[in-house]
Design a binder for this molecule. Structure first.
Ligand code: NI
Length: 161
């Protein structure tokens, strides 16, 4: 297992469309392990393969709910509701922006044994699934941010409840 180099915004690879995984190989097993290591090292809750320079449809997500996910060839098959909130990305360090996402998604994918799985996510998990899947089609959250990006060192004033 190893930490891989994270690609940052401005790197062309983040704007490309990723190819489906046809079969599991030792290289892809290693890639998935490295993606988890790289995500945890960077304190992220999700990472997509293009963020480590690989144009394959693979994402890893761990929202610290005790259920780390490796999703291969993931597709959102249904979504409903709406949430709006701050989002960040390991490829845009130090920044965040407000993004609208569905509040609930159902995602079909293959697991690392290439078995079909269905993952259902609400709130943070739904947001993470949407964000990571977007990466596989070259979409960054900044494209969707309703009010531009801001530095997380200087957050906007938050109204007292
Ligand atoms: Ni991201």
């Amino acid at each position: 297992m190893a930490i891989r180099k994270i690609r940052y915004d401005g790197d062309d690879i983040l704007r490309k469309t990723c190819k489906p995984v046809e079969k599991m190989t030792g290289r892809i097993e290693t890639l998935i392990d490295d993606m988890f290591d790289t995500m945890y090292e960077a304190n992220g809750v999700g990472l997509a393969a293009p963020q480590v320079g690989v144009l394959k449809r693979i994402v890893v997500i761990d929202i610290c709910d005790g259920n780390p996910l490796a999703l291969i060839n993931p597709v959102i098959v249904s979504s409903d509701g709406e949430q709006e909130g701050e989002e960040g990305c390991l490829s845009l360090p130090g920044l965040s922006g407000n993004v609208k996402r569905p509040n609930h998604v159902v995602c079909k994918a293959l697991d690392r044994n290439m078995n079909e799985i269905t993952v259902e996510g609400e709130e943070l998990l739904a947001r993470a699934i949407c964000h990571e899947l977007d990466h596989l089609d070259g979409i960054l959250y900044k494209d969707l941010a309703t009010d531009g990006l801001h530095s997380i060192d200087a957050p906007p004033e938050i109204e007292d409840a």
